[in-house]
Design a protein around this ligand. Structure first.
Ligand SMILES: *Cc1c(COP(=O)(O)O)cnc(C)c1O
Length: 394
């Protein structure tokens, strides 16, 4: 076990708790990112792809009907309109481009709901890189639609049967694979988790969300918002939205986890209420674990919120009180989907609906002249079956 420099630390969180072999790959990655990312050529190509392929900037939409219902002004940052239907492409494009500049030939990654796997094969194809996706067999059954899309785009799918056959097992398997082939292969981490420098790289590529929010809200309102609300597990869409506002004490930041059916239910993923700090996948972070330190796999209905760890930076920001950790329960989440549909004609991803549900339930926390931005991380196409089953049975 090796610990890396202070660079990868957020308070006590973060670090790189990995084997010697992986440490070499991580050092190469850190050096390459710091050298390549600031270059004009890289910045131009990245922003050209975000704009012309991805569709950035995404709109900041004043949801008037929802605002009327709530009694304060609500804006939605429309990451569902990014190509692929969620915020995932920002990070996948950035890292695929980095992999190409590093001379790698192949991308590997893991996925649960399939949104990150899909974004990775899209970005891989753009950059001329082979893509292989590790996926728990349980998740493969549940997310058949996205598996089909990934296969159609030419990704190789690697079923993971170890452990419980879910995301945390797929991450372990991908790290093992990477240790053997990092000379030719790039591990494209999907969220702000894993050993340093991954959390920093992913947050850097997702920062564009908050940079746009800042510019757009100043244009529309002439002032900063009072609150930004984002859902999350690893924390990439939340940090992406928050990073431009961390030094603005008047902007309150809310991080909404999957509460599950209740806090005592098997499927709760409220890691800031139920978990504690520990090491998982090479990083010290807030983790869902039992009294013996075994990882407690969560099973919220939103597959994208089921990673058992909260990345080191969001863990730290919650610990020092800069970000308020909160959660929404499943029944509130489905109600939020219905409310958003009726009010604005939009069907949010179940992950995103957690952020909406929190605002609906806790409207008393906001004042009539408040401006609240909800980071609308993705659309609900992938969740239609689950949503219909909830309201109408199967
Ligand atoms: C993957 C995903 C999330 C959760 O991932 P974070 O890294 O915590 O942001 C949230 N919303 C959507 C739509 C997703 O696809």
């Amino acid at each position: 076990m090796v610990r890396l420099t202070e660079k990868g630390r957020f308070g006590k969180y973060g670090g790189a708790y990995v084997s010697e072999i992986l440490m070499q790959a991580l050092l190469e990655l850190e050096e390459s990112f710091e050298r390549i990312y600031p270059k004009n050529e890289f910045q131009e190509e990245f922003h050209r792809l975000l704009r012309d392929y991805g569709g950035r900037p995404t709109p900041l939409y004043h949801a008037r009907n929802l605002s009327r219902l709530l009694g304060f002004k609500v804006y939605l940052k429309r990451e569902d309109l990014l190509c692929g239907g969620s915020h995932k492409l920002n990070n996948a494009l950035g890292q695929a481009l980095l992999a190409k500049k590093m001379g790698k030939k192949r991308l590997i990654t893991e996925t649960a709901a399939g949104q990150h796997g899909l974004a990775t094969v899209m970005a891989g194809n753009l950059c001329g890189l082979e893509t292989e996706i590790f996926m728990g067999i349980k998740d493969m059954e549940r997310q058949a639609q996205n598996v089909k899309k990934m296969i159609l785009l030419g990704a190789k799918i690697k079923p993971v049967k170890t452990g419980a056959g879910v995301l945390k097992d797929a991450v372990s398997e991908t790290l093992r694979e990477w240790a053997e082939c990092s000379r030719t292969t790039y591990y494209l981490m999907g969220s702000t988790v894993g050993p340093h420098p991954f959390p920093t790289i992913v947050a850097t590529f997702q920062r564009v969300i908050g940079e746009e929010i800042r510019q757009q809200i100043l244009e529309k309102e002439g002032r900063l918002p009072n609150a930004i609300v984002a859902c999350g597990s690893g924390g990439s869409n939340a940090l992406g939205a928050f990073k431009s506002f961390l030094e603005e004490p008047t902007v309150r930041l809310y991080f909404v986890e999957g509460g599950g059916e209740s806090l005592t239910a098997e499927n709760s993923a409220a890691a800031f209420r139920l978990g504690r700090p520990g090491v998982l996948h090479g990083s010290l972070m807030q983790i869902m674990q039992d009294e013996f330190g075994q990882i407690r796999p969560s099973k919220t209905r939103a597959a994208g919120l089921n990673y058992p760890g909260r990345g080191p930076e969001i863990s730290y920001l919650c610990e020092i009180g800069r970000v308020k950790p909160c959660y929404a329960f499943d029944h509130e989440v489905f109600e939020a989907v219905r409310t958003m549909g009726r009010a604005e004609g939009l069907i949010p991803a179940l992950e995103t609906a957690h952020a909406i549900a929190y605002v609906l339930k806790n409207r008393g926390e906001f004042r009539p002249d408040d401006i609240v931005v909800i980071n609308y991380s993705g659309g609900g196409d992938k969740d239609i079956e689950t949503i219909l089953r909830h309201f109408y049975g199967s």
